[in-house]
Design a protein around this ligand. Structure first.
Ligand code: PFF
Length: 427
């Protein structure tokens, strides 16, 4: 059977931005900006985005298009033991989806609570505690996985591309409405100060650069090789380099804007920003309780997160569904259902066991995930950078300097290896 392809350039970029924009943008990014130097954090982030992030997208898409396959196909065609490396990446992706679906399930619950007005009358901290690690969370996690299955089962064009073409524009509109509301609240200025006041001393620290890099790898979905699979659906006449710039820009624009949404609102109501889940599940609900029309804005905010999250989960499931279709020769529909259910089995214990939840996150995003990006770089080098460069130029709407070749061959893999090792050294 012929491999599926994207229906249009716009559809491809919508899907790529959809995969990239996720929970990582809305609360991880603003929090890290706030903690690691305010506006000064944007300097390392933007430098790395252009030097490494855009290159990472071109590497993964080029590898995918050249080998016409996901990680198993791409690595077994290029590297010794590549098949097993590909399987490892698939398993990692399943683990990422397993924990991510739980968090998205909480968000679904909060969305319903905002719609019905229930959120207005609860103590947000106690509400979160009663849901986060509970049997009820299993139900919401299951619903998230079921929605993802139904999109992926419909295929690349009719499912993933179509869903993203609806969710992405809606997401941008919601983000804009919410941000305008937030920055026009009384005392919004305090939040902007917290978010942006540059602390240049933090920029000089290695840890800040490392955090910026790992944030960027997660945010661009390079960490799980999703982009290899998305690249494999590109046709020869499709553009890679300009799409890489557009995706990196779109992803970063959403992340930066999310900070303008979150902090002015939090400070305007005299609350303290907290790191991690507390910000979205406890502090912001307090904001919505105090704000006029808060349940409406709350519902809009959680719907924004649902769209951001679902457009990422479809890209996660697609990685191993595609492997099953091509390697095990089963239909897309059956692969989506079976592997979705398997993900639920692996993820379900995290709904009741916080330490298993933490373990899933650490193994998949810290210990193994970054290796996927490194393996993809090595696979491309093994394919031959000259050949890869020719592949990259096919259908390209802009020129790519020849510098791309040494950059990809030397600088890029070294930088990934350094981040990978330094995260253990710097803690
Ligand atoms: N990029 C997504 C986010 O920022 O939330 C997360 C993600 C999606 C990570 C797909 C890895 C992946 F393969």
């Amino acid at each position: 059977m012929a491999r599926e392809t994207w229906g249009s350039r716009v559809g491809f970029v919508a899907a790529a931005v959809g995969s990239a924009v996720g929970l990582g943008n809305i609360w991880m990014f603003p929090m890290r900006v706030g903690l690691y130097g305010g506006a000064a954090f944007l300097l390392p982030y933007l430098v790395l985005l252009f030097a490494i992030g855009v290159v990472a997208l071109t590497v993964e898409w080029t590898l995918g298009r050249a080998t016409k396959g996901g990680p198993i196909e791409a690595f077994s065609k290029t590297l010794p033991g590549g098949k097993y490396l590909g399987i490892l990446v698939n398993v990692t992706m399943l683990m990422i989806f397993a924990f991510y679906s739980l968090v998205l399930g909480w968000i679904l619950r909060y969305f319903i609570a905002s719609l019905t007005g229930e959120l207005a009358g609860v103590n947000p901290g106690a509400f979160f505690d009663s849901i986060a690690f509970s049997k009820e969370a299993l139900l919401w996690q299951f619903i998230v996985i079921a929605i993802t299955i139904s999109i992926v089962a419909m295929g690349v064009q009719k499912g993933i591309e179509r869903a993203n073409k609806v969710m992405m524009p809606a997401l941008f509109v919601f983000l804009l409405i919410l941000t305008i509301r937030s920055v026009t609240l009384p005392n919004a200025y305090e939040g902007l100060r917290f978010y942006l006041l540059p602390d240049w001393s933090k920029v000089m620290s290695g840890k800040t650069w490392m955090i910026a890099l790992s944030q960027m790898f997660f945010s661009l979905s390079v960490l799980g090789n999703t982009m290899v699979v998305y690249g494999s659906y590109l046709k020869d006449e499709d553009d890679i380099p300009l799409s890489a710039i557009a995706t990196a820009f779109g992803d970063t624009a959403v992340a930066v804007t999310a900070g303008f949404l979150v902090f002015p609102a939090v400070f305007s109501f005299g609350l303290e920003p907290t790191a991690g889940p507390g910000l979205v599940f406890v502090t912001l609900p307090m904001v919505f309780q105090k704000m006029p029309g808060g349940m409406f804005f709350g519902a809009l905010f959680f719907l924004l997160l649902i769209f951001a999250g679902l457009s990422s989960t479809v890209s996660m499931l697609e990685v191993y569904v595609d492997s099953a279709i091509t390697k095990l020769n089963i239909s897309r529909r059956n692969a989506s259902i079976l592997l979705g259910l398997l993900t639920f089995l692996v993820g379900a214990p995290s709904a009741v066991n916080p330490s298993y939840f933490d373990w899933l996150i650490n193994i998949s995003t810290v210990y193994i995930g970054p290796l996927g990006a490194l393996i993809a770089a090595l696979a491309l080098i093994k394919l031959g950078v000259d050949k890869a460069y020719e592949e990259l130029k096919k259908g390209a709407l802009i020129d790519v300097p020849e510098l791309w070749k040494p950059w990809v061959k030397f600088l890029y893999p070294i930088v990934i290896a350094v981040i990978y090792i330094s995260q253990f050294l710097l803690g």
